[in-house]
Design a protein. Structure first.
Length: 235
């Protein structure tokens, strides 16, 4: 079953706690990202733990190998389940992070879901998102990454082109049908993610900005259950 991670992209501890209270018992995994962590640091992580949740610390580390390894070590001390890093940092950086022991799970960012082909041509005129995602995913897996962060649109092509790799996928850019895309470009619905058997999806504003976040979460979970392979086989 695909796991939902709710992105706590809010600016205050009070807003974070309100969401955690409303979603307790329904959602167990949460993303603490740049906005909330920059504003409140360890307090934001501790609050999720206080309500029995698990934390994906999404700070997208990208620096020299030693600096990233130190950041991974400090993340372990925070007690988070997983952290993100940009696979653009290269083989040495990825390997240095993977060698930290003990450590959280490492989830490697390929190409942000807000980017399209035109955005990455600054690196190479012939650059295409699918090929760049594939190359970065393979680089990450070879050097110890535990999961690949990419858009849902890239999951099936990656499984087909890299069938020998046991890839785990964490997919942001999830938008229920009819919901505003905001700054996301390469998106997928929760139902489509469930049909693909994606390991984890990250979803924020469709839940956190909804008039009733708990109802929005239940609606998304129901859509995923109805679309899951086991449900389809039973019909």
């Amino acid at each position: 079953m695909t796991q939902v991670i709710v992105a706590l992209d809010v600016d205050t501890i009070l807003k974070e706690e309100e969401l955690l209270k409303r979603l307790k018992g329904t959602i167990t995994h949460y993303k603490v990202g740049l906005r909330l962590f920059t504003a409140h640091g360890k307090r934001a992580v501790d609050l999720v733990h206080h309500y029995g949740g698990k934390v994906f610390l999404d700070l997208k580390f990208l620096d020299i190998p030693q600096t990233v390894a130190h950041a991974v070590h400090e993340s372990q001390r925070l007690g988070v389940e997983a952290v993100s890093l940009h696979l653009w940092g290269g083989a040495d950086m990825i390997a240095a992070a993977a060698e930290v022991a003990p450590r959280p799970k490492l989830w490697g960012v390929t190409v942000l879901t807000s980017l399209q082909n035109k955005d990455i041509k600054v690196f190479n005129r012939g650059a295409q998102v699918p090929s760049m995602v594939k190359n970065l995913a393979k680089l990450g897996w070879v050097h110890g990454i535990d999961g690949i962060i990419c858009s849902g649109q890239e999951v099936a092509p990656l499984r087909k082109s890299l069938p020998h790799l046991d890839l785990r996928f964490i997919v942001p850019g999830i938008r229920p049908a009819g919901v505003v895309r905001n700054d996301q470009r390469r998106i997928m619905t929760p139902g489509d993610a469930a049909r693909l058997g994606i390991d984890r999806i990250v979803i924020g504003r469709p839940i956190t900005m909804a008039p009733d976040p708990l109802k929005a979460a239940h609606d998304i979970l129901r859509e995923m259950v109805d679309a899951s392979p086991s449900a389809l086989e039973a019909t």
